[in-house]
Design a protein. Structure first.
Length: 481
């Protein structure tokens, strides 16, 4: 979702900023040249380096004198975190030289290299020119990262790298089967964001049941404050809180069925219940007036100005809304409010997932070196450095001790700790972009939240869209394993 700007006509600054934390998958813009490049890149050898000798210090068998070629998307996260990780690699392998190329033009830079069978050893495949993951996987252009995941971690050799990662990270890198093609390095918390100061001023606590939510919204309304606002022009922001609520109410299997495009998945009682709950916000006038006409920045600005209490968003909002957020705003995030004690999952169930995708090309000359650089980046020290520098969590499950966290980041960490294993990761946004954004989002939820369609009408419409996508042979279909 972080890449929504590609479809809003905004500048690179917006795109870069959101990419700091956002889950990936909406901004793939492969050219026909790149597609044909993938298809034709079997010609020619790429002179792979000889593997090194495996040891406790070198579990992946890195060739200690082989050069490493690392291309990084130079966006909102900057370059320093990568440069710092490279220094560790160079310290561990002093005979090796590292060629580091930061760029905002990933496809332009790498298309001829993939075409010639000489890609880099490690790529941060992000930004406006992100290469299409489905094409790369389908054309067997990527190396399976399983050897990295099964290697001992930097900090505790008794643990595998995979055992140090946050929930859902490994699964996000999979397409079909057990192979893992992508390492999502950043980590985003989605949910309901609010000002703790404003909530305290209402003498209220964050509501855990829907009756409590309605009571808080009514209290706010009497003070001239709307209960909710959202990006009305881009209503696919609404699922940031709605989807995990559906999972909480009906169980994660309901979300899996939706992702799998199963028949009647949207007709599940949990979907109906949650849609009707959100529609109640509309009927009772708890949505900020004019919200359907607001974009993400306008709705966030109204929210930071105290005109609305809650907004569904991702953890990038702390940076994105910083210019209008008062110093004493006391930003906080919570998992979605549920219905009641009959919900299948406990309060605290939240959507969190990875972003900033790193890949190792199958034809990399120094494939082991690329994997090793990622292993270094997934250490506690590198993770902590990243979090401290760019105010974002990483895929490493920790790395925040001793860091003075910003209010939003601190709240996000607390929300993840409360969630424990109750983290859901809907995949529609990176499996079926058009379905999620324009159909489910704009044509479906957008109409319902504007009061122009009932929950029943919306569910019927969305199920039709999902069925059409399931029957479209031109679309690559995925299923939860």
């Amino acid at each position: 979702m972080g890449s929504t700007s590609a479809h809003h006509g905004e500048g690179l600054g917006r795109r870069d900023l959101i990419k700091r934390s956002a889950a990936i998958g909406l901004i793939s813009v492969p050219t026909m040249g790149f597609l044909s490049a993938c298809a034709s890149s079997d010609s020619g050898g790429n002179g792979k380096v000889e593997k090194g000798t495996k040891s406790d210090k070198n579990p992946l068998g890195v060739n200690e004198s082989a050069p490493l070629d690392f291309v990084l998307f130079d966006g909102g996260f900057g370059q320093e975190y990568a440069k710092d990780a490279i220094k560790v690699y160079e310290t561990n392998y002093p005979k090796a030289s590292v060629k580091f190329t930061p760029t905002q033009k990933i496809t332009t830079t790498l298309q001829p290299r993939f075409n010639g069978g000489t890609p880099p050893d490690l790529i941060d495949n992000s930004g406006a020119e992100q290469m299409d993951m489905g094409v790369l996987v389908g054309q067997k252009q990527l190396a399976d990262l399983t050897p990295l995941l099964d290697a001992p971690s930097i900090d505790d050799p008794s643990k595998k790298v995979r055992d140090t990662l946050r929930p859902g990270i490994v699964e996000m890198g999979q397409f079909d089967g057990d192979s893992v093609w992508i390492m999502y390095y950043a980590y985003t918390v989605y949910g309901v964001w609010y000002s703790q100061k404003l909530l305290d001023s209402l003498d209220a606590k964050y509501p855990e049941t829907w009756d409590e939510m309605l009571a808080v919204c009514e209290k706010a309304k009497k003070k001239g404050i709307a209960g909710w606002t959202y990006a009305g022009k881009y209503p696919y922001y609404v699922p940031f809180s709605l989807y995990p609520m559906i999972g909480k109410v009906g169980g994660r299997e309901v979300l899996d069925a939706i992702d799998n495009l199963e028949p009647k998945a949207w007709e599940h009682p949990a979907v109906k219940t949650c849609f009707e709950a959100y529609y109640e916000l509309v009927r009772k006038g708890y949505i900020l007036k004019g919200t359907p006409g607001l974009d993400h920045i306008q709705s966030q600005t109204a929210w930071t100005e105290g005109k609305a209490l809650f907004i569904p968003n991702g953890s990038w909002v702390e940076n994105e809304a910083a210019k209008t957020m008062p110093a004493d705003f006391d930003l906080a995030v919570s998992a979605p409010t549920g219905i009641d004690s009959s919900d299948k999952m406990p309060f605290g169930t939240i959507w969190a997932s990875g972003g900033e995708p790193f890949i190792v090309p199958a034809k990399a000359k120094n494939l082991e070196g690329g994997l090793e650089q990622l292993r270094i980046m997934l250490s506690e020290a590198s993770s902590k450095n990243f979090t401290k520098s760019v105010k974002s969590l990483t895929a490493f499950n920790g790395g925040t001790d001793g860091i003075e966290l910003t209010p939003g980041l601190k709240s996000g960490v607390a929300a993840l700790e409360k969630a424990g294993q109750n983290v859901v990761n809907p995949r529609l946004q990176d499996w079926y972009v058009a379905l999620q954004k324009e159909k489910i989002g704009v044509a479906g939820l957008g109409e319902m939240m504007a009061g122009r369609a009932t929950p029943a009408e919306t569910i019927k419409k969305i199920q039709k869209y999902a069925d059409e996508a399931a029957g479209d042979s031109s679309i690559k279909h995925y299923k939860h394993q």
